[in-house]
Design a protein around this ligand. Sequence first.
Ligand code: PHE
Length: 336
Amino acid sequence: MSFDEYKKRIKALKRLDELETIEHELFGRKNGALTLCFNNLHRLSPDKKRQEASTLNRVKHDLTTLLEEQRERIQGKSDGSLSATPFDVTLSAPAHDCGHLHLIPSFMTQVEEVFGRMGFDTAYGNEIETEEMNFDLLNFPPDHPARDAQDIFYVKIPNLKKDASKPVLRAHTSPVQLHYMQTHKPPFRMICPGRVYRRDADATHSPVFHQFEGLMIGENISLADMKGVMIAAVKELLSPEITFRFRTGYFPFVEPGLEMDIQWQGDVKDSREGTWLEIAGCGMVHPNVLKNAKIDPKKWQGFAFGFGVERLLMIRHRIPDIRLFYEGDLRFLKQF
Ligand code: PHE
């Protein structure tokens, strides 16, 4: 085929694959028509060689220019009219991986919603508290074992006044009861989700974990009200089929004090209680705590409760090890 015929073919081509075929026929490394001509140059005498080479170079230049023009035309066209590489505009876009809230904060939001519907305000306290707020004003006696450095994190703050109460990482959300009572006038109901710290670490205990505290103060509030609120919430947060029981328990800041257990057949076992799992402490707010918050215990009374968040989630989703919550393993996180 003469180079003029190639030119005609190039001018007539319509698609990129046709262009590539011609390009290969001309410039292919082994058998390209032009390549072969160039390879044969060495057979010619020096004069002829020079002449022929300049002709070939001109031809090569013309053909490549023509090919480039055609390539631009075809590609330009494919952008504008979609005809060169047709695609189906009605197809759905490819799915994008999309992040979402971690199980714990998303559960906290659910807690706020469930209690919000029962008229509970949401409060947030401080993660660094004083020993006074974490223990003394909650009616803990000075020799209570929870104050032991084995159980709680004391925080070193330089230049702290000698007589100041020692700073600690709060061991529970109960100090928020005091903050709330000191800044609000009863009657009120509040819920407080947050992070708490204890010196514990194994498959069911983490040094940092989460609780949510509830507090309801009014006139004529009783244990029956407390049970009603807690049962309604647990049914909504875990399952309407849940079996539960209340048994007496000791916490210095409530009197009487109770613990709420639920019956659980799943993987998380409470070694002391078989299939009964403790999920909350609760009770009627101790009169001393009300007094410490300048609320008259003769006029006002109410209840408080504190739930362990990881415990509830381990039950709800059959999560065998508490450390899975904090490891950031996508295989775990993507399941929720
Ligand atoms: N603060 C208690 C704990 O961390 C739980 C609790 C809260 C008990 C409120 C009674 C009332 O174990």
